[in-house]
Design a protein around this ligand. Structure first.
Ligand code: ZN
Ligand code: ZN
Length: 324
Protein backbone atom coordinates (compact mmCIF):
# COMPACT_ATOMS: atom_id res chain seq x y z
CA UNK A 1 0.00 0.00 0.00
CA UNK A 2 1.04 3.62 -0.37
CA UNK A 3 2.01 5.69 2.66
CA UNK A 4 3.47 9.11 3.37
CA UNK A 5 6.70 9.46 5.34
CA UNK A 6 8.52 12.62 6.40
CA UNK A 7 12.23 12.19 5.76
CA UNK A 8 14.75 15.00 6.31
CA UNK A 9 12.20 17.72 5.59
CA UNK A 10 10.90 15.90 2.53
CA UNK A 11 7.49 14.41 1.95
CA UNK A 12 7.85 10.93 0.48
CA UNK A 13 5.12 8.76 -0.99
CA UNK A 14 6.42 5.21 -0.53
CA UNK A 15 5.28 1.59 -0.46
CA UNK A 16 4.72 -0.29 2.75
CA UNK A 17 3.18 -3.70 3.44
CA UNK A 18 -0.51 -3.83 4.43
CA UNK A 19 -1.16 -3.76 8.16
CA UNK A 20 -2.90 -6.77 9.67
CA UNK A 21 -5.27 -6.59 12.61
CA UNK A 22 -3.95 -8.16 15.80
CA UNK A 23 -6.03 -9.12 18.83
CA UNK A 24 -8.65 -6.43 19.56
CA UNK A 25 -7.55 -4.40 16.57
CA UNK A 26 -9.08 -3.38 13.26
CA UNK A 27 -7.71 -2.32 9.89
CA UNK A 28 -9.42 0.69 8.35
CA UNK A 29 -9.32 1.74 4.71
CA UNK A 30 -8.82 5.50 4.86
CA UNK A 31 -11.48 7.44 2.94
CA UNK A 32 -10.45 10.97 3.81
CA UNK A 33 -7.82 12.60 6.03
CA UNK A 34 -6.94 16.11 7.15
CA UNK A 35 -3.62 17.91 7.53
CA UNK A 36 -3.16 19.58 10.91
CA UNK A 37 -0.59 21.88 12.50
CA UNK A 38 0.79 18.94 14.48
CA UNK A 39 1.67 17.26 11.17
CA UNK A 40 3.71 20.32 10.22
CA UNK A 41 5.53 20.13 13.57
CA UNK A 42 6.25 16.43 12.94
CA UNK A 43 7.54 17.38 9.48
CA UNK A 44 9.78 20.03 11.04
CA UNK A 45 11.23 17.35 13.33
CA UNK A 46 10.08 18.65 16.74
CA UNK A 47 8.85 15.29 18.04
CA UNK A 48 11.46 13.01 16.42
CA UNK A 49 8.65 11.04 14.80
CA UNK A 50 9.46 8.31 12.34
CA UNK A 51 6.73 6.37 10.59
CA UNK A 52 3.47 7.33 8.92
CA UNK A 53 1.85 10.59 10.15
CA UNK A 54 -1.89 11.43 9.93
CA UNK A 55 -4.35 11.44 12.84
CA UNK A 56 -7.49 13.18 11.53
CA UNK A 57 -9.37 10.73 9.33
CA UNK A 58 -12.50 8.78 8.48
CA UNK A 59 -12.45 5.33 6.94
CA UNK A 60 -14.17 2.00 6.49
CA UNK A 61 -13.32 -1.09 8.55
CA UNK A 62 -11.98 -3.86 6.31
CA UNK A 63 -10.70 -6.27 8.95
CA UNK A 64 -11.55 -6.76 12.64
CA UNK A 65 -10.61 -10.14 14.00
CA UNK A 66 -12.63 -9.96 17.23
CA UNK A 67 -15.48 -7.78 15.96
CA UNK A 68 -16.48 -8.94 12.50
CA UNK A 69 -19.76 -6.99 12.73
CA UNK A 70 -17.66 -3.83 12.39
CA UNK A 71 -16.44 -4.77 8.91
CA UNK A 72 -17.88 -2.39 6.33
CA UNK A 73 -18.75 0.29 8.91
CA UNK A 74 -17.65 3.89 8.40
CA UNK A 75 -15.68 4.98 11.46
CA UNK A 76 -13.33 7.48 13.08
CA UNK A 77 -10.73 6.59 15.70
CA UNK A 78 -9.51 8.17 18.90
CA UNK A 79 -5.79 8.84 18.58
CA UNK A 80 -4.50 7.87 22.05
CA UNK A 81 -3.49 4.25 22.51
CA UNK A 82 -2.95 3.48 26.19
CA UNK A 83 -1.26 0.46 27.75
CA UNK A 84 -4.61 -0.77 29.06
CA UNK A 85 -3.22 -1.67 32.47
CA UNK A 86 -2.25 1.52 34.34
CA UNK A 87 -4.55 3.54 36.61
CA UNK A 88 -5.19 6.14 33.86
CA UNK A 89 -6.17 3.48 31.33
CA UNK A 90 -8.34 1.61 33.82
CA UNK A 91 -10.24 4.81 34.61
CA UNK A 92 -10.94 5.78 30.99
CA UNK A 93 -8.12 8.27 30.60
CA UNK A 94 -5.67 6.66 28.14
CA UNK A 95 -4.71 10.14 26.90
CA UNK A 96 -2.67 10.44 30.11
CA UNK A 97 -1.20 6.91 30.11
CA UNK A 98 2.54 7.32 30.62
CA UNK A 99 3.21 4.55 28.10
CA UNK A 100 0.70 5.78 25.54
CA UNK A 101 1.26 5.70 21.82
CA UNK A 102 -0.55 8.18 19.61
CA UNK A 103 -1.82 7.31 16.14
CA UNK A 104 0.17 9.23 13.55
CA UNK A 105 2.03 11.21 16.23
CA UNK A 106 3.95 8.87 18.54
CA UNK A 107 5.18 5.38 17.65
CA UNK A 108 2.03 4.30 15.80
CA UNK A 109 1.55 4.51 12.02
CA UNK A 110 -1.15 6.98 11.06
CA UNK A 111 -3.68 7.68 8.35
CA UNK A 112 -1.62 9.25 5.56
CA UNK A 113 -1.81 5.78 4.05
CA UNK A 114 -4.22 3.56 2.17
CA UNK A 115 -4.91 1.61 5.38
CA UNK A 116 -4.39 2.22 9.10
CA UNK A 117 -4.48 -0.24 12.01
CA UNK A 118 -6.22 0.87 15.23
CA UNK A 119 -7.33 -0.72 18.51
CA UNK A 120 -11.02 -1.68 18.54
CA UNK A 121 -11.66 0.40 21.65
CA UNK A 122 -10.58 3.55 19.77
CA UNK A 123 -13.23 3.14 17.08
CA UNK A 124 -16.41 5.24 16.89
CA UNK A 125 -19.00 4.59 14.21
CA UNK A 126 -20.01 7.61 12.12
CA UNK A 127 -23.73 8.23 11.62
CA UNK A 128 -24.70 8.17 7.95
CA UNK A 129 -25.99 11.75 8.22
CA UNK A 130 -22.39 12.96 8.72
CA UNK A 131 -20.44 13.26 5.48
CA UNK A 132 -16.75 12.33 5.14
CA UNK A 133 -15.58 15.95 5.12
CA UNK A 134 -17.30 16.71 8.43
CA UNK A 135 -16.23 13.38 9.97
CA UNK A 136 -12.54 14.28 9.48
CA UNK A 137 -13.13 17.15 11.94
CA UNK A 138 -14.18 14.77 14.74
CA UNK A 139 -10.74 14.76 16.37
CA UNK A 140 -10.15 18.55 16.44
CA UNK A 141 -13.79 19.19 17.39
CA UNK A 142 -13.50 16.71 20.28
CA UNK A 143 -10.40 18.62 21.42
CA UNK A 144 -12.36 21.90 21.22
CA UNK A 145 -15.27 20.45 23.20
CA UNK A 146 -13.03 19.09 25.94
CA UNK A 147 -13.27 22.53 27.58
CA UNK A 148 -17.01 21.94 28.15
CA UNK A 149 -16.07 18.90 30.27
CA UNK A 150 -13.30 20.61 32.19
CA UNK A 151 -14.88 23.92 33.14
CA UNK A 152 -18.32 24.49 34.66
CA UNK A 153 -19.63 26.75 31.90
CA UNK A 154 -22.39 29.14 32.91
CA UNK A 155 -24.44 31.07 30.33
CA UNK A 156 -23.79 34.44 31.98
CA UNK A 157 -20.01 34.01 31.89
CA UNK A 158 -18.05 36.71 30.07
CA UNK A 159 -15.87 34.51 27.87
CA UNK A 160 -13.31 35.00 25.13
CA UNK A 161 -11.39 32.71 22.79
CA UNK A 162 -8.05 34.07 21.68
CA UNK A 163 -6.90 32.82 18.26
CA UNK A 164 -8.75 32.97 14.95
CA UNK A 165 -7.11 29.88 13.45
CA UNK A 166 -8.90 26.59 12.87
CA UNK A 167 -8.76 25.45 16.51
CA UNK A 168 -9.82 28.82 17.94
CA UNK A 169 -12.76 28.99 15.54
CA UNK A 170 -13.83 25.41 16.33
CA UNK A 171 -13.65 26.16 20.06
CA UNK A 172 -15.78 29.28 19.64
CA UNK A 173 -18.34 27.50 17.46
CA UNK A 174 -18.58 24.62 19.96
CA UNK A 175 -18.64 26.68 23.17
CA UNK A 176 -21.12 29.27 21.93
CA UNK A 177 -23.81 26.62 22.56
CA UNK A 178 -22.93 26.89 26.26
CA UNK A 179 -21.84 30.54 26.35
CA UNK A 180 -24.08 32.91 24.38
CA UNK A 181 -21.86 35.93 25.15
CA UNK A 182 -18.68 34.31 23.86
CA UNK A 183 -16.28 36.54 21.92
CA UNK A 184 -13.68 35.26 19.42
CA UNK A 185 -10.56 37.36 18.84
CA UNK A 186 -8.10 36.88 15.98
CA UNK A 187 -5.69 38.65 13.68
CA UNK A 188 -7.02 37.35 10.36
CA UNK A 189 -10.49 37.91 8.97
CA UNK A 190 -10.64 34.58 7.10
CA UNK A 191 -11.42 32.27 10.04
CA UNK A 192 -13.32 34.95 11.97
CA UNK A 193 -15.71 35.52 9.05
CA UNK A 194 -16.59 31.80 8.92
CA UNK A 195 -17.28 31.77 12.66
CA UNK A 196 -19.24 35.03 12.46
CA UNK A 197 -21.42 33.62 9.66
CA UNK A 198 -22.45 30.88 12.10
CA UNK A 199 -23.40 33.26 14.89
CA UNK A 200 -20.16 33.84 16.82
CA UNK A 201 -19.37 37.41 17.90
CA UNK A 202 -15.87 38.16 16.60
CA UNK A 203 -13.36 41.01 16.67
CA UNK A 204 -10.15 41.65 14.76
CA UNK A 205 -7.19 42.59 16.93
CA UNK A 206 -3.79 44.10 16.19
CA UNK A 207 -0.40 43.60 17.82
CA UNK A 208 0.01 47.02 19.33
CA UNK A 209 -3.24 47.58 21.20
CA UNK A 210 -4.12 46.96 24.83
CA UNK A 211 -6.89 44.41 24.71
CA UNK A 212 -7.67 44.90 28.40
CA UNK A 213 -8.27 48.63 27.79
CA UNK A 214 -10.48 47.85 24.82
CA UNK A 215 -12.43 44.87 26.16
CA UNK A 216 -11.93 44.63 29.91
CA UNK A 217 -11.29 41.29 31.61
CA UNK A 218 -13.11 37.97 31.19
CA UNK A 219 -14.36 35.19 33.51
CA UNK A 220 -13.14 32.58 31.03
CA UNK A 221 -10.26 32.98 28.58
CA UNK A 222 -9.17 30.27 26.14
CA UNK A 223 -5.73 30.60 24.58
CA UNK A 224 -5.75 28.96 21.15
CA UNK A 225 -3.24 31.30 19.54
CA UNK A 226 -0.69 28.58 18.87
CA UNK A 227 2.01 31.05 19.91
CA UNK A 228 3.95 30.93 23.20
CA UNK A 229 3.35 34.69 23.75
CA UNK A 230 -0.38 34.14 23.32
CA UNK A 231 -0.74 32.81 26.83
CA UNK A 232 0.60 36.11 28.24
CA UNK A 233 -2.10 38.06 26.43
CA UNK A 234 -4.64 35.48 27.60
CA UNK A 235 -3.51 35.86 31.22
CA UNK A 236 -3.78 39.67 30.94
CA UNK A 237 -7.38 39.23 29.83
CA UNK A 238 -8.34 36.91 32.70
CA UNK A 239 -10.36 38.48 35.52
CA UNK A 240 -9.60 37.82 39.21
CA UNK A 241 -10.85 34.31 40.11
CA UNK A 242 -11.33 33.69 36.40
CA UNK A 243 -10.36 30.59 34.45
CA UNK A 244 -7.60 30.49 31.85
CA UNK A 245 -7.70 27.46 29.54
CA UNK A 246 -4.48 26.74 27.67
CA UNK A 247 -4.92 25.00 24.33
CA UNK A 248 -1.70 26.20 22.70
CA UNK A 249 1.02 23.60 22.39
CA UNK A 250 4.38 24.84 21.23
CA UNK A 251 7.91 23.50 21.22
CA UNK A 252 8.95 26.91 22.58
CA UNK A 253 8.43 27.72 26.26
CA UNK A 254 6.52 30.67 27.71
CA UNK A 255 7.29 33.01 30.60
CA UNK A 256 4.32 33.94 32.76
CA UNK A 257 3.69 36.35 35.62
CA UNK A 258 2.64 33.68 38.10
CA UNK A 259 2.31 36.11 41.00
CA UNK A 260 -0.75 37.56 39.23
CA UNK A 261 -2.11 34.03 39.09
CA UNK A 262 -1.58 33.70 42.86
CA UNK A 263 -2.76 37.17 43.90
CA UNK A 264 -5.84 37.17 41.66
CA UNK A 265 -6.59 33.49 42.35
CA UNK A 266 -6.73 32.60 38.67
CA UNK A 267 -7.32 28.96 37.76
CA UNK A 268 -5.17 27.72 34.87
CA UNK A 269 -6.28 24.58 33.05
CA UNK A 270 -4.43 22.70 30.31
CA UNK A 271 -6.62 21.09 27.68
CA UNK A 272 -5.85 18.60 24.91
CA UNK A 273 -7.86 15.72 23.45
CA UNK A 274 -11.58 15.26 23.93
CA UNK A 275 -14.49 12.87 23.65
CA UNK A 276 -15.28 11.61 20.14
CA UNK A 277 -18.91 10.74 20.91
CA UNK A 278 -19.61 14.31 22.02
CA UNK A 279 -18.04 15.66 18.82
CA UNK A 280 -19.98 13.18 16.64
CA UNK A 281 -23.19 14.21 18.39
CA UNK A 282 -22.49 17.89 17.62
CA UNK A 283 -21.87 16.98 13.95
CA UNK A 284 -24.97 14.77 13.73
CA UNK A 285 -27.19 17.52 15.12
CA UNK A 286 -25.52 20.09 12.87
CA UNK A 287 -24.67 22.40 15.75
CA UNK A 288 -21.88 23.81 13.61
CA UNK A 289 -20.77 23.66 9.99
CA UNK A 290 -17.17 22.50 9.95
CA UNK A 291 -17.06 22.01 6.16
CA UNK A 292 -16.72 25.78 5.73
CA UNK A 293 -13.18 25.52 7.07
CA UNK A 294 -12.12 23.36 4.14
CA UNK A 295 -9.90 25.36 1.85
CA UNK A 296 -9.01 22.58 -0.59
CA UNK A 297 -9.40 18.86 -1.17
CA UNK A 298 -6.59 17.00 -2.96
CA UNK A 299 -6.25 13.36 -3.93
CA UNK A 300 -3.94 11.33 -1.69
CA UNK A 301 -1.49 11.00 -4.61
CA UNK A 302 -1.12 14.82 -4.56
CA UNK A 303 -0.03 14.83 -0.91
CA UNK A 304 3.10 16.91 -1.56
CA UNK A 305 1.13 19.76 -3.16
CA UNK A 306 -1.56 19.51 -0.47
CA UNK A 307 1.04 19.73 2.30
CA UNK A 308 2.64 22.82 0.75
CA UNK A 309 -0.84 24.37 0.56
CA UNK A 310 -1.56 23.55 4.22
CA UNK A 311 1.73 25.21 5.25
CA UNK A 312 0.82 28.56 3.67
CA UNK A 313 0.38 31.19 6.40
CA UNK A 314 -3.29 31.57 7.32
CA UNK A 315 -4.37 28.47 5.39
CA UNK A 316 -7.54 26.82 6.64
CA UNK A 317 -8.18 23.05 6.45
CA UNK A 318 -6.62 21.03 3.64
CA UNK A 319 -8.08 17.54 3.14
CA UNK A 320 -7.02 14.46 1.21
CA UNK A 321 -9.42 12.12 -0.55
CA UNK A 322 -7.97 8.60 -0.40
CA UNK A 323 -10.66 6.26 -1.71
CA UNK A 324 -14.30 6.49 -2.66
ZN1 ZN B 1 -4.51 17.43 14.75
ZN1 ZN C 1 -1.91 3.00 30.54
Amino acid sequence: MQVICFNNNHVELTEKSYPTAGKNQAVIQVLMSGICRTDMELFDGYYHFTGVPGHEFVGRVVEAVDATSLVGRRVVADINVGCGACSYCRTGRPKHCLKRLVIGIKDWDGAFADYVRVPLCNIHEVDESIDDVSAVFTEPLAAALDISRQVHLKPDMKAVVLGGGKLGCLIALALRHYLPHLLLLGRHAKGLDIAAAQGVTTALISNDESLVERLGRFDLVVDATGRPQGVNVALDLTAPQGVLVIKTTSHLSSTLNLSRVAVEEIRMIGSRCGDFDQALSFLKHRLLDVARFVEAVYSFAEFGVAFEHARRPGALKVLLRHAL
